[in-house]
Ligand binder design. Structure first.
Ligand SMILES: Nc1ncnc2c1ncn2[C@@H]1O[C@H](COP(=O)(O)OP(=O)(O)OP(=O)(O)O)[C@@H](O)[C@H]1O
Length: 253
């Protein structure tokens, strides 16, 4: 008899969400498979963060189904959400502590990833209030990846970073997806970023938030050079659904 091999996935089916009387999400269906990057793009206020929070279990599912069979997940959000009373290193090592990793090893791993993500030794013992916005984002990113999750939720993780660091962190993600089959569900306002990093782009229109188009990008992530990213982004920007959703036609007049 053929052996059934089951790979991990996140499956979202018939998901609806309301905040009181306000309908936020309607009939959301999609999946993230192992080693796949799915991005959600759409206008501000469309429910992208709400959707990510529902997937990550930070909000209760009221209607519909979310099935997550990944063994582990972590997240990095736009507002870094660091613990204000803990240092940079302790914030990064937070998830390792929860996993029972001993203090010395926690700190070694936290230091290693902090340096890789562009933080300096001088920042290790600072508290979040003494870090810049970009540094806080790096700490949040390092905290999410140090636990080596199978699935990563990202909400605008690069928004406060300069171009050089943004590219470097994107390269790290691409390497992890490529070599370790990391799966990512992420939100971005930046179509170029979505084109560079995603296997599938979900376009979420507003009032209520609903998926109005899905774009699949087949080129392997490590092979996506600037030319590919520019051309694909231009192609997407010309797509009627993108123009309609972001009201580009109205603005062009
Ligand atoms: N806890 C809450 N209670 C009530 N309404 C909320 C709550 N959280 C979000 N909303 C509303 O839900 C809608 C969707 O918000 P959400 O933050 O999910 O959108 P978004 O697409 O991520 O927006 P942005 O791109 O600006 O971050 C907004 O109208 C917001 O005001």
């Amino acid at each position: 008899m053929a052996q059934l091999t089951q790979t991990s996935s996140l499956e979202v089916s018939r998901l609806n969400h309301r905040f009181g009387p306000a309908e936020i999400l309607r009939d959301i269906n999609f999946s993230v498979q192992k080693g796949q990057v799915v991005s959600i793009v759409g206008p501000s206020g469309g429910g992208k963060t709400t959707l990510l929070h529902l997937c990550a279990g930070l909000l209760d599912v009221l209607d519909g189904d979310i099935k997550n069979t990944f063994e582990s997940f972590s997240f990095a959000f736009q507002d870094a959400r660091l613990l204000p009373w803990q240092t940079t290193l302790d914030n990064i090592a937070f998830g390792l502590k929860a996993k029972g990793v001993k203090k010395a090893l926690r700190h070694t791993q936290a230091k290693e990833i902090a340096l890789r993500f562009g933080l300096d030794e001088a920042d290790f013992n600072k508290f979040p209030k003494d870090l810049s916005g970009g540094m806080r984002q790096r700490v949040a990113f390092a905290r999410a990846l140090v636990v080596q999750p199978e699935l990563l939720y990202l909400d605008e993780p690069f928004s406060a970073l300069d171009i050089g660091l943004k590219q470097e962190l994107q390269s790290i993600l691409i390497e992890l997806v490529n070599l370790q089959s990391l799966s990512i569900l992420f939100i971005t306002h930046d179509l170029m970023e979505a084109v560079k990093l995603s296997h599938q782009i979900l376009l979420l229109d507003i009032d209520p938030g609903r998926i109005v188009e899905r774009f699949t990008l087949n080129k392997p992530l490590p092979e996506r050079d600037d030319q590919f990213v520019y051309q694909e982004t231009a192609r997407l920007l010309a797509h009627p659904k993108i123009r309609q959703t972001f009201e580009l036609n109205l603005r062009a007049k």
